[in-house]
Design a protein around this ligand. Structure first.
Ligand code: UDP
Ligand code: MN
Length: 465
């Protein structure tokens, strides 16, 4: 009880401007009720209880339709069961560890209110946290809204008000981070500091969404495991499939940020995280997924399973291309210049361009396409470099018949710059009328010959993977 009182005080003092702006007679407003979904695995009982109590204490009774607790196979079943005696609390227990994505979907499926509100199992809801969230979603069901997430100190459980001029973002490693608003945006908000903040990403654990919209949008990717990547995935999906994400400054909920996961990751945390993140990248990021692979090369070796259902969903919902997201939702994220976005194999009939295991100074050959990357994996960048890992295809001299070589990429060098011509079916050197030709491949390797669009040996198809 002591703790909760201090909480309210500190938040009122700490963020008084924001708080006073948010005062409103909510009692006169008709709002839909919500089901609160909380999943947990081996959560401290005190933290779990505190979350639930704060939901009841800080929410108008009629707005809480139920609290659904999903016990994700915690070691001690009584952690959850003992809470089932509380009115409106329903407890579901998984009979094996499912991870937070499948657990949340299970909770959502079992819920019966029009609106879903997800919380982590170590939160503390603050005064009037719920109404501003429900209001935004009731007005427009395609909005997905999150409170400002205040910090509960993990050592002493002190409640610390978080900044209200930040949003959710990420770098090309696809790890969630908080971004400060630009000076311009802060200035624009001066007159209306409590207006909803459009955010590229939500942190993921705490948000409100209309249930039918959640279902229509494809819930979560239930082939993701344990933890991680699901926040990026649902954020991309909401934006690309015609919804929006907002942080609502008038709503505040505390959350215990921990340094470590207090639970095991079946499969290893790095692998599970990379696998989930790859699933998000492969489904939603189009050619920009390569920027992630360039940033976290090790992730390429983690298999991501079958994504066909998610790709079908993307098609069905007529979702936008990732480029739209970068241009319209997250223009602050810089796309590194001259990065290859085209990755794949370069085909001529059934044969593929192949390094034949050669390194710098070696020639380039052709081999039956094997569809497994390796020596047949090429990228083509805006700067004109045609590369395999850090080796580029170079034209050592400008005489017809010159054998092409592999060389360490020095991307500014003109000898390594190519351009696709003739419906992108031929690779021509940028400075000379010479094209990549395979007629002598058996004896010497690929050579450069005057471009001739009737020559079958100069026809290449870049097959993007
Ligand atoms: N969780 C779960 N099953 C898992 C892993 C996590 O139900 O296999 C729950 C966890 O108890 C918490 C929520 O999912 O309520 C989010 O996890 P966590 O708080 O560890 O993530 P963080 O907030 O640190 O990103
Ligand atoms: Mn958490």
């Amino acid at each position: 009880m002591m703790v909760i009182n201090t909480v309210v005080l500190s938040i009122i003092c700490g963020s008084f401007v924001v708080y006073s702006n948010c005062l409103k007679d909510w009692n006169n407003q008709r709002l839909p009720a919500t089901s609160v979904i909380i999943t947990f695995h081996n959560e401290a009982r005190s933290a779990l209880l505190r979350t639930i109590i704060s939901v009841f204490r800080k929410s108008r009774e009629e707005l809480i339709h139920e609290i659904i607790l999903v016990d994700d196979f915690s070691d001690d079943p009584s952690d959850g069961l003992e809470l089932a005696v509380i009115q409106k609390v329903k407890v579901l227990r998984n009979n094996k560890r499912e991870g937070l994505m499948r657990s949340r979907v299970r909770g959502a499926d079992a819920s019966t209110a029009e609106i879903l509100t997800f919380l982590d199992s170590h939160c503390e809801c603050n005064v009037n946290w719920l109404e501003p969230l429900l209001e935004r979603v009731a007005e427009d069901k395609t909005r997905v809204v999150s409170p400002i997430i205040d910090v509960i100190n993990m050592d002493n459980f002190e409640y610390i008000g978080a900044a209200s001029d930040i949003k959710g973002g990420f770098g090309w490693n696809l790890v969630f981070k908080w971004d400060y608003m630009s000076a311009e945006e802060i200035k624009r908000r001066e007159n209306n500091p409590t207006a909803p903040i459009r955010t590229p990403l939500i942190a993921g654990g705490l948000f409100t969404i209309n249930k039918s919209w959640f279902n229509q949008l494809g819930k979560y990717d239930t082939k993701m495991d344990v933890w991680g990547g699901e926040n990026i995935e649902i954020s991309f999906r909401v934006w690309l499939c015609h919804g929006s994400l907002e942080i609502i400054p008038c709503s505040r909920v505390g959350h215990v940020f921990r340094k470590q996961h207090p639970y095991t990751f079946p499969g290893g945390s790095g692998i599970v995280f990379a696998r989930n993140t790859r699933r998000a990248a492969e489904v939603w990021m189009d050619e920009y997924k390569h920027l992630y692979y360039n940033t976290v090369p090790s992730s390429k070796y983690v298999s991501f399973g079958d994504i066909s259902e998610r790709l079908d969903l993307k098609k069905k919902l007529k979702c936008r291309p990732f480029k739209w997201f970068l241009e319209n939702v997250y223009p602050e994220l810089e796309v590194p210049p001259n990065q290859a976005l085209l990755y794949g194999m370069i085909k001529q009939g059934e044969m593929c361009m192949d390094t034949m295991g050669h390194f710098a100074d070696g020639s380039i050959g052709l081999f039956h396409c094997h569809n497994s990357g390796g020596n047949q994996e090429w990228s083509f960048s805006e700067d004109g470099s045609l590369r395999h890992l850090d080796l580029c295809i170079v034209l050592p001299s400008n005489t017809a018949g010159t054998v092409l070589e592999l060389a360490h990429c020095t991307p500014t060098h003109h000898s390594m710059k190519w351009i696709q011509i003739h419906n992108k079916n031929m690779f021509k050197h940028r400075s000379y009328n010479l094209c990549i030709d395979s007629r002598d491949v058996q004896s010497q390797g690929l050579i450069a010959l005057p471009c001739d669009e009737t020559a079958r040996t100069q026809q290449w198809k870049f097959i993007i993977n």
